[in-house]
Design a protein around this ligand. Structure first.
Ligand SMILES: [Zn+2]
Ligand SMILES: [Zn+2]
Length: 439
């Protein structure tokens, strides 16, 4: 007789319970993320003159063309600010460009920003800012969930297609149901003086494990994962690339915004996007893109929350290269510096540069302190307000309804024991008890 612990770590091949479980989790995630998105869209950034503070009621302000982070009522304000502060702030990437898709400062009535800044770096006129694509329950995502919540239904159909051995095999070998994917939202901007544009290579982004967390991070990986183990100053390290999707055979990434405008699925791609699947993006001076990148950092066990995954990481890496407009982007990508082999030799033939943004661990701890110390409801209240906490309770109730429907289906198929254990393991003990009492 196996203990429940070992059964969890080494799931036995079951019938369709795995698939049911995976898709139910994805449905719940979708509800939560929809809530998150609604909030985001309601928050439009109101701009004020960076120098004199006047608001934009009399018409739109003019922005600094290099950073898009400073806004002025007229040339006089711009010139005065440039001499006083902005020249230095612009060159040092002190503020990200102003966009409602990346709000790193809390609004007046709020304690926490919508997009807390967890990593930032700039070098050679290119900078990046990193936050998370967080869910309000702070759970990492699983491979069962679609990157874009609106595509969840199609994805469930694909997962269930055939319904049999192939799907079950994929679920096991790729640890599909483990909450292991950390979603990062990355804003990257070109502020170079050079006339030539740059290319950013999103699919080549990486995160590097903290030395003490390398083995924990490795524990969560599975066949086909994009992970390189190497020694750094005599210490084992792991460089993790963008996760792969076992069903769609693509990188788990998306280009969300170009210059503050949402990239829509059914609209023609903006000219900046050279390759959507690889997230190869052209940026002229002043332009910026926002990427959604997923990395398998968690193990579904000791690392299953956003702060646990962030706490396991040392830095985020993003390669880019100046572009003459003629070389093939794919050829450039072949010779990039990486987290495991950063180029330091000026005479090396490599063309690319590598941004290395260290994670701000005290910042992570502070942002999630309410959740860590007092739980989800305290966190939701302090970060999203009472209305949100109540909304999330509604979401939990819908989840219970969905769970019951799911249980009824699985019970008919005769796999309740496995599912009850899984529900307990994933913190849904109440549902598990309900089902157990019905047996
Ligand atoms: Zn002004
Ligand atoms: Zn500027």
């Amino acid at each position: 007789m196996q203990s429940s612990q070992s059964r969890y770590r080494n799931p036995q091949p079951t019938s369709r319970a795995d698939i049911f479980e995976a898709t139910a989790g994805a449905g719940i995630a979708s509800i939560r993320r929809t809530l998150n998105k609604q909030k985001e869209e309601k928050r439009m950034a109101k701009t004020h003159c960076t120098f004199c503070g006047k608001d934009d009621n009399d018409g739109p302000l003019k922005s600094c063309s290099r950073c898009k982070a400073a806004h002025y009522c007229d040339h006089t304000c711009q010139l005065s600010d440039f001499k006083a502060r902005h020249k230095r702030q612009c060159a040092n990437f002190v503020h990200p460009p102003t966009t409602s898709a990346f709000l790193t400062k809390p609004r007046a009535s709020e304690r926490y920003p919508l997009h807390p800044l967890f990593a930032h770096w700039h070098e050679d006129g290119v900078g990046c800012w990193v936050t998370i694509e967080g869910r309000i329950d702070c759970e990492l995502q699983s491979l069962a969930e679609s990157l874009d919540p609106t595509e969840l239904r199609d994805r469930q159909k694909r997962m269930m297609a055939g319904g049999g051995a192939a799907s079950r095999q994929t679920i096991r070998t790729h640890k599909v149901t483990a909450r292991s994917l950390l979603g990062l939202r990355v804003l990257v901007q070109n502020r170079r003086k050079e006339k030539n544009p740059i290319l950013v290579f999103g699919s080549h982004a990486q995160v590097l494990s903290q030395p003490m967390q390398t083995s924990a991070v490795q524990r969560g990986t599975a066949e086909g994962d994009n992970l390189v183990k190497f020694m750094r100053d005599g210490v084992p390290s792991a460089a993790i690339g963008v996760a792969n999707d076992p069903w769609d055979k693509v990188h788990r990434l998306g280009i969300s915004y170009i210059n503050g405008v949402e990239v829509k699925k059914d609209a023609p791609l903006p000219d900046n996007i050279k390759n959507a699947n690889e997230a190869t993006i052209l940026l002229n001076t002043g332009e910026y893109a926002i990427l959604h990148l997923q990395f398998r950092v968690g193990d579904g066990n000791t690392i299953s929350k956003d702060w646990e995954a962030l706490g396991a990481l040392e830095a985020f890496f993003l390669p880019w290269a100046p572009w003459d407009g003629t070389s093939a982007p794919a050829a450039l990508a072949g010779s990039f510096p990486t987290a495991q082999a950063p180029a330091s030799d000026a005479s090396s033939t490599t063309h690319g540069r590598l941004l290395r943004a260290p994670f701000d661990q005290p910042g992570v701890d502070e942002y999630f302190a309410d959740f860590i110390e007092h739980g989800e409801e305290a966190y939701t209240r302090s970060h999203y307000g009472d209305a949100r906490a109540n909304m999330s309770r509604v979401a939990d109730e819908s989840m219970a309804v969905m769970g019951e429907r799911l249980l009824a289906q699985v019970a008919q198929a005769g796999n309740t024991d496995v599912l009850i254990q899984r529900l307990r393991d994933s913190g849904m003990g109440e549902l598990a008890d309900k089902l157990a009492s019905r047996q």
